[in-house]
Design a protein around this ligand. Structure first.
Ligand code: UD1
Ligand code: MG
Length: 453
């Protein structure tokens, strides 16, 4: 059986008071619409169709290959929006899951329940409902005396009696596709608002004596729809709690989940401990047995196992195993710290590889460099990699000892076992096992290298 999701995302989102289309506002690091599409993947068998309109260019560009889009112009209401999908889908799908792109908390399993209900329903549609004290402007579900659904009444047309109804229309439906296309054509323009309301399909089915199946959902939080930025912050908090809970249930410890901010899609291995005030963003993958935070921000970074990261900022970096950094370390794009690297306070690394066991304890800048295994970078070392026009590389061998406050004026190569005296300004390549001192640094003697581990 073919099941296709149709997502309505053409509305203006006026209440957001934003230049950004509503459905692109982020929630735990991903646009609202991403969350809905992820959930729908779990229930649909075919690629989704997104109805775009307001901000269509930006939304279509964001979606790329992840969905087919159809344009709704002008935007004449949710039924009119749904109608736009007919040209793509007529004859191509058995069921249509129809929902709104501003409901990012709905779960895949909830859509699956809806689909399962419709498979068993002899009638043409099933819809998701919820019981709540705060109606939040949702449509009310009117039931007949026998308990079957009679209609959805939008808040502003509801009588005072109907307004008291606590069962609400969540905004997720599963339709028999062929019936849907015909029913949409029978919906009349709502005289008050001049729009075509999707919710009127219920009355059309009821008029034809066809049963409408309500699927009552027990999780109100999941049904938070976003119409304002207040709703957005509520949904963000709910989504964050959900993501944190899932991670904890999979073996990640959090000292204080309420101050732990992790984007959707981040992967973290078991027995990793996250300390308070930690932010993990973007395309980040973290292994097992790490201790991260407090006060740490990580974005688009890969971290192995057994690392310690204290009060640091990492972006676009790779850390292998047992790396120990911070407090107050900064890793920028292209920083690659191999196993057992130690980096202490006030260090910055960008576009550089630090091989196994490099130690860089205090106040250093390393950019466009490769540093060999077990080399020690003294306090205050700077790779002077930029001449005002271009970046130049620095290559440092293994077992090198860079004295405190050394300026490494790139391009520059230091051989294995080389040493620089404190305050050296190194402008010329240093051969291996050679000590250089002064400004500009010159060689003063050959060294005997101590064998390390
Ligand atoms: C809608 C439902 C309401 C339900 C609520 C749940 C209708 C008439 N009402 O109200 O019963 O309780 O959602 O959140 O359906 N859209 C278009 N084209 C349009 C108009 C809207 O694509 O011409 C899209 C919007 O982008 C949005 C969705 O449809 O994603 C819902 O529109 P919105 O205006 O938010 O409807 P609600 O007032 O929330
Ligand atoms: Mg809405």
């Amino acid at each position: 059986m073919k099941i296709t999701a149709v997502l309505l995302a053409a509305g203006q989102g006026t209440r957001m008071k934003s230049d950004l289309p509503k459905v692109l506002h982020p929630l735990c690091g991903k646009p609202m619409i991403w969350h809905v599409l992820e959930a729908l993947k779990e229930a649909a068998t075919e690629p989704p169709v997104v109805v775009v309109g307001h901000g269509a260019g930006a939304v279509t560009e964001y979606l790329g290959d992840s969905a087919r889009t159809v344009l709704q112009k002008p935007q004449l209401g949710t039924a009119h929006a749904a109608m736009q999908a007919e040209s793509l889908l007529r004859g191509k799908t058995d069921l249509v899951i129809l929902t709104y792109a501003d409901m990012p908390l709905l779960r895949g399993e909830t859509f699956r329940r809806l689909v399962d209900a419709q498979r068993l329903n002899p009638g043409p549609l099933s819809l998701l409902t919820v019981i709540a004290d705060d109606p939040r402007g949702f449509g009310r579900i009117v039931r007949k005396p026998d308990g079957t659904v009679q209609a959805i009444v939008e808040e502003y047309v509801a009588t005072p009696e109907q307004q008291k109804i606590k069962e609400l229309n969540v905004g997720a439906y599963c339709f028999n596709a062929e019936w849907l296309w015909e029913a949409l054509k029978r919906i009349e323009k709502n005289p008050k608002k001049g729009e075509y309301y999707l919710t009127d399909v219920v009355e059309i089915a009821v008029r034809d004596n066809l049963p409408v199946q309500a699927v009552l959902h027990d999780d109100f939080i999941e049904t938070i729809g976003i119409n304002t930025r207040v709703h957005l912050s509520e949904a963000e908090a709910a989504m964050r709690a959900r993501l944190n809970r899932d991670l904890m249930l999979n073996g990640v410890s959090m000292r204080d989940p309420a101050s732990t901010y992790i984007d959707a899609g981040v992967k973290i291995g078991r027995d990793t401990i996250l300390m308070p005030n930690t932010f993990i963003h973007g395309n980040t993958v973290i292994g097992e047995r790490n201790v991260i935070g407090p006060n740490t921000i990580i974005r688009d970074t890969t971290i192995g196992n057994g690392c310690k990261i204290l009060a640091s900022v990492l972006e676009g970096a790779v850390l292998e195993d047992e790396v120990d950094i911070g407090p107050f370390a900064r890793l920028r794009k292209g920083a690659h710290l191999k196993s057992h690297v130690h980096m202490g306070n006030f260090g910055e690394v960008k576009d550089s590889v630090l091989h196994e066991g490099v130690k860089m304890g205090h106040f250093s800048y390393i950019g466009n460099a490769v540093i060999g295994a077990n080399t020690n970078i003294g306090a205050g070392t700077i790779t002077c990699n930029y001449d005002g026009e271009k970046k130049h590389p620095t290559t440092i061998g293994r077992d090198v000892f860079i004295g405190s406050d050394t300026m490494l004026v790139a391009p520059l190569t230091l051989g294995d076992g080389a040493r620089t005296g404190a305050g050296a300004v190194v402008t010329k390549d240093v051969p291996e096992d050679t000590l250089v001192v002064g400004m500009p640094a010159r060689a003063i003697r050959k060294l005997e290298r101590k064998k390390k581990g």
